[in-house]
Ligand binder design. Sequence first.
Ligand SMILES: Nc1ncnc2c1ncn2[C@@H]1O[C@H](COP(=O)(O)OP(=O)(O)OP(=O)(O)O)[C@@H](O)[C@H]1O
Ligand SMILES: [Mg+2]
Length: 292
Amino acid sequence: MGFFNKKKSNQNKNSGKVLAFLNQKGGVGKTTMAFNTAHALASSGKRVLCLDMDPQSNLSLLCGVDTDESDKPTIHQLLINSIKELKPLHAGALLHDVIEKGEYVDILPAGQELSGFELSVAGISMPRQLILKKFLEESALLERYDYVIIDGPPTLGLLVVNIMCAAHGLLVPFRPDEFSRKGLGHFYEVLSNIEDMGVGATPQVVAHIPNLVDLRRKIESEDLSRIQAELEEEFGGGCVTEPFFNRAPLVRSQAERKSVYEFQAKEFLALQGQFDSIAQKINNWNHSESLS
Ligand SMILES: Nc1ncnc2c1ncn2[C@@H]1O[C@H](COP(=O)(O)OP(=O)(O)OP(=O)(O)O)[C@@H](O)[C@H]1O
Ligand SMILES: [Mg+2]
């Protein structure tokens, strides 16, 4: 077995797909990539739901929902409500009230209380790693959306294990340095352990996305080439996208809680093109999975 493990798909034909942006390392661009890719898919005509699974709730905020400022229920309550054994913790929260409709994409928000998820479900007897998967199946969200785009937290705990068990495809943003190579190795170990548990197939890796790359730094450029070669050996050619450089327009657009598609200036066009090609990669992957 190589340094990274290749994964089989758990595709369910004729329905929407769950895609997750994951990396246990913080600040690599999971939220930035999830948000803009969701908009890229929406602009290619797909129905998209953003699902925030990070207690930091950055994706919710980008989508215009400030859960710190409201006592509206979030994904946490929906997950708790989906567990019969936790009846005393159930509270009135209907899926269609929790989902906020957006102009381009909808959002199922998270809040700070999601950090208590692991503790809340500690004593239940059903498989704790399958709570999100079961919720997604029972909610029939995949009949309403072509893609559910999950933003994960920077951990490898129960929330991420739930995301790995629920997702059909993974997108892994990373910064090209020696630490991230080790981090990615650990990440795929966890995925491999989940597969060994036999709780169902694990997701396919759709793309690795080098982010915040500075090719003027020789060491970074060398690290990127090395990591890219290793990933391609394990996951096949084309599994690493074109790198994203450190781009002020991305920060600017996020400060305004907008995707790069909402700006016409020239500096945004290249970024739009990059997210378009990620969306195209996802659509091609989805298409070839449906055929296989
Ligand atoms: N290519 C880029 N150019 C410039 N800034 C970027 C780029 N990608 C991400 N950022 C900025 O870096 C910061 C971290 O990005 P982001 O929040 O998307 O990372 P994350 O992996 O979701 O972090 P966390 O693990 O804390 O959730 C943000 O302020 C974001 O605006
Ligand atoms: Mg984030």
